[in-house]
Design a binder for this molecule. Structure first.
Ligand SMILES: Cc1cc2nc3c(=O)[nH]c(=O)nc-3n(C[C@H](O)[C@H](O)[C@H](O)COP(=O)(O)OP(=O)(O)OC[C@H]3O[C@@H](n4cnc5c(N)ncnc54)[C@H](O)[C@@H]3O)c2cc1C
Length: 68
């Protein structure tokens, strides 16, 4: 989807939060437009360390979303 007029929801920001939110909304059938101001991904890693609890929550969420 490319046009704001066609979207039910506009998610601003393509970081982890925006990407997951847009994915979940899309899976719920919402016509979702995600806009990101940066043309390219952040140039250095921003998740060199993920603590155990965050990893557990992420894995659980990914499984629910059908990812392996
Ligand atoms: C150098 C660095 C290293 C890090 N290392 C780790 C780590 O090892 N482990 C860890 O757990 N966390 C780490 N973090 C923190 C982690 O990156 C953040 O917690 C996470 O990215 C937050 O996700 P977010 O989606 O909420 O925000 P962000 O990742 O900041 O995403 C927000 C997005 O919104 C976009 N945006 C903002 N305003 C607008 C606008 N007006 N219009 C369009 N787009 C807009 C931005 O360009 C950005 O892409 C690190 C952060 C940095 C900077």
């Amino acid at each position: 989807m490319r046009e704001v007029d066609e979207a039910d929801v506009v998610v601003v920001g393509g970081g982890p939060t925006g990407l997951v939110l847009a994915t979940l909304l899309g899976r719920c059938g919402c016509r979702t437009l995600l806009v990101e101001r940066d043309e390219r991904p952040y140039p250095v890693p921003r998740a060199t360390h993920v603590d155990a609890e965050t990893r557990l929550l992420s894995e659980r969420k990914c499984r629910r979303m059908g990812a392996k």
